[in-house]
Design a protein around this ligand. Structure first.
Ligand SMILES: [Cu+2]
Length: 158
């Protein structure tokens, strides 16, 4: 005998989820990826979109990965004296119903001094710790990405 796909309890849980009750204080992480780097790279960069669909602000305070040996820092690339510079950040705040893009030239998570540099296609385990104490685990895929030029401009139109 076949089981009904829309089991009453399942429908109830789906209804709850649609009201974001389970998503409270939880980030939605979109397209997490790590930029492929040469085998002796001194640092690795991790990117993703962070979406907050809850009614309160969410603050990311720490990140960990399965890459051994690396110190993990929250970074933001900023303009200083006409140069693109990375600066360590103590947190990344995602305001209620807002999103923050971690992408080349902007916010990112930096792994400094990795003992292993993964190659394109490899998957890296990531754990994000929120200020609330909630931990979120997921995998980021390693792929090639554009390098940011130190041009002093985020965008070029030719
Ligand atoms: Cu950085």
């Amino acid at each position: 005998m076949k089981r009904s796909i829309l089991h009453p309890l399942g429908a109830f849980l789906m209804l709850l989820a649609s009201f974001s009750l389970f998503a409270a204080d939880e980030l939605m992480v979109t397209d997490p990826w790590m930029r492929a780097a040469p085998p002796n790279a001194p640092a690795l960069a991790l990117f993703m979109g962070l979406e907050n669909h809850s009614s309160s602000d969410i603050i990311l305070v720490e990140a960990k990965t399965t890459i051994p040996g690396a110190r993990v820092e929250l970074h933001r690339t900023v303009m200083a004296d006409g140069m693109m510079k990375m600066a360590q950040q103590s947190e990344i705040k995602v305001a209620s119903h807002q999103s923050v893009m971690l992408e080349p030239g902007s916010w990112h998570i930096m792994l400094i001094g990795p003992d292993h540099v993964p190659t394109a296609g490899e998957k890296v385990g990531v754990t994000l710790t929120l200020k609330s104490g909630v931990e979120q685990k997921f995998e980021a895929v390693v792929r090639k990405g554009k390098m940011m030029m130190n041009s002093g401009h985020g965008h070029h139109n030719h």
